[in-house]
Design a protein around this ligand. Structure first.
Ligand SMILES: *Cc1c(COP(=O)(O)O)cnc(C)c1O
Length: 401
């Protein structure tokens, strides 16, 4: 199994990138927020030097934020993996049915005959929130019947928004893994059902990996060099490990050893850390170690890692650090005050990266010219009232010191 996983190549990433390009005319049609970029779903790279100056001015290097909280359609990093996997599935079944041919303009996916066709099929997904949002939005738009199995800690606004977009939301009182297990079983019982499996998906992973090609271009535009004398350090919030794993895989293909990637997990949900340290991957959950998997970072509240992603990441990442929820809120408020950027709590986990891994940097690179990138993973769809609550909580924690 390991060998097969690691056989993913640069060609796989480039193939994923061309699927995104094929679907761009459809996306630009259906989601006006992507018309500026002609249907390409991408986020800006912004320097956050005021934030760095306030929090850890002593740490060397430039600090950037990869703003995936601004990704169109889903408002989170799940717009990469989740939307990719549904588009991939839609293309596959449309081709099998003889409805789609090489060289067709994919704007045809907007036609009623396609929506009627996909109406015979269903898509299921288990989600703590953001994955469900991305799968729900794109699946409903294509015409699929979509069922989102959500865990108890999923935010109400995410459920409301999904229902408004035409998805079926099934609420589940247990842990995320139970929602996934039930969703997988129910979806696969339907011969026309397709389950997006966050715990073991190659396609989610490949969808995420394309970010590396896009980042390479953005770094070039900003004249940021990545080479032996200019290492790149990237800090990625981690749940099941799919998004940070896919992006790390891509960055390692693009930049090789010059890219150093770190995952950030909540102290109460260190699922990938435990999977990697024990070598048991998805065979262990945090609960097996008496850890409760309770965190306000709903995007990271995952007790068991992805098999696929974790097996690949094992070979590629430089480290993992963990953090308490109160740190996430402090970072959220500090980023808002210094840069006027508002993230959801999960998405802030990369922001302490440069400080946390400083000893590693000293050891590995000495006084080289370092670029740090914290990957911001979600937040732009959070309702204002919820965001105010997050911010106020962070402010009061900062005041308490
Ligand atoms: C899903 C998610 C992550 C982590 O992605 P995984 O693939 O679960 O590791 C991080 N931040 C946010 C906001 C997310 O929604």
């Amino acid at each position: 199994m390991e060998k097969q996983n690691l056989s993913l190549t640069m060609e796989d990433i480039e193939e994923a990138e061309s699927l995104w390009k094929r679907f761009a005319p459809f996306l630009a049609n259906e989601f006006p927020e992507t018309s500026d970029t002609n249907g390409i779903i991408e986020s800006p790279l912004k320097e956050i030097s005021r934030f760095k100056g306030r929090l850890f001015p002593e740490v060397p290097g430039n600090f950037y934020l990869k703003c995936d909280h601004e990704l169109p359609i889903a408002g989170s990093i799940k717009a990469r993996g989740g939307i990719y996997e549904v588009l991939k599935h839609a293309e596959t079944i449309a081709k099998e049915a003889g409805m789609l041919h090489d060289n067709d303009n994919y704007a045809v996916f907007s036609e009623n005959r396609f929506k009627n066709f996909f109406g015979q099929y269903s898509i299921g997904v288990g989600s703590t929130g953001n994955l469900g949002l991305s799968i729900g939005m794109i699946s409903a738009k294509l015409g699929f019947n979509v069922y989102v199995y959500m865990s108890a800690d999923a935010k109400q606004w995410k459920k409301d928004l999904l229902r408004e977009k035409g998805a079926n939301v099934l609420e589940f009182s247990g842990d995320f893994s139970e929602a996934v297990a039930t969703g997988r079983e129910k979806t696969n019982a339907n011969p026309n059902g397709y389950f997006v499996d966050d715990e073991d998906s190659k396609y989610l992973f490949l969808g995420y990996s394309v970010a590396a090609l896009r980042l390479k271009k953005q770094l070039k535009e900003k004249h940021i060099t990545v080479d032996a004398d200019h290492p790149l350090f990237v800090y990625l919030p981690c749940g099941v490990g799919g998004s940070p794993g896919g992006i790390t895989f891509g960055l390692k293909k693009v930049f090789g050893d010059y890219a150093h990637c770190f995952f950030a997990e909540p102290v109460h949900s260190p699922s990938v850390l435990i999977g990697l340290v024990t070598g048991e991957m998805d065979e262990v959950s945090v609960q097996d170690f008496g850890i409760d998997n309770r965190t306000e970072a709903d995007g990271l509240a995952v007790g068991r890692p992805s098999r696929f992603a974790t097996t690949v990441s094992d070979q590629l990442i430089s480290g993992i650090y963990t953090m308490e929820d109160h740190t996430l809120y402090r970072l959220l408020a500090a980023l808002a005050d210094s840069e006027d950027i508002y993230l959801e709590p999960s998405a802030t986990a990369g922001l302490v990266g440069p400080q946390r891994v400083q000893p590693y940097i000293n050891q590995i690179t000495g006084d080289k010219d370092v670029t740090h990138i914290a990957w911001s993973t979600g937040g732009s769809l959070v309702p204002t009232k919820d965001m105010e609550m997050f911010y106020n909580k962070g402010k009061s924690l900062i005041r308490k010191g």
